[in-house]
Design a binder for this molecule. Structure first.
Ligand code: 5GP
Ligand code: MG
Length: 171
């Protein structure tokens, strides 16, 4: 697979949009309550690191990891590999995702998080690829809507490579 000759989304565009998302989120979470960012490993790592520094709010950070079976004979099942250890009951929780494609992963993560009885549960995704959405979910905050292509960079990988690229590229 080869990369396009210019990025789909440049580092500058990402930086401006992340600041915009932080303002949107900040406007919805006012007051002293701490916001728990539940970051989806591994892809949302870089987005979350930038977003939390742009948020003018008290936050804490937890991680969650899921594995989806998309191979041959796929049922679209999602396996939860790592769960937050902190108690989320009664907390304001924001699930931080890199990309929403079919929506199955986020949907499973949201249903697990809901079972922990948070006071509020919202979803932010850097990228939204609505073309192949199957699960009936839509993000509360989305950075960029993109067409149905495979992207890497800014945390997103192809076979664990390219996560460190500052821009987002279509393969
Ligand atoms: P879902 O189909 O469950 O919404 O997406 C599950 C996961 O597939 C995402 O969290 C992400 O890890 C991966 N994924 C979907 N589209 C892309 C893409 O364009 N690039 C990369 N690197 N991963 C993707
Ligand atoms: Mg992911």
């Amino acid at each position: 697979m080869s990369m396009s000759d210019k990025p789909l989304i440049s580092a500058d565009e990402i930086e401006r949009r992340v600041a915009g998302l932080a303002r949107e989120i900040g406007a919805d979470f006012t007051g002293d309550a701490e916001l728990v960012l539940v970051v989806v490993l591994k892809g949302a790592l870089i987005f979350a690191a930038d977003l939390m520094r742009a948020l003018d709010l008290p936050v804490s950070v937890e991680f969650i990891q899921a594995e989806s079976y998309t191979g041959k004979g796929s049922t679209g099942d999602v396996n939860l590999l790592h769960l937050p250890k902190a108690r989320l009951a009664g907390k304001d929780v924001l699930l931080v995702e890199d990309i929403l494609d079919t929506g199955r992963t986020a949907s499973e993560l949201l249903s697990w998080l809901n079972s922990q009885e948070p006071a509020r549960l919202l979803l932010v995704t850097l990228l939204d690829k609505p073309a192949k959405r199957i699960a009936p979910i839509s993000p509360d905050y989305a950075g960029f809507e993109i067409p149905d292509c495979f992207v890497v960079g800014y945390g997103l990988d192809h076979d664990q490579k390219h996560r460190q690229l500052p821009d987002i590229w279509a393969l």
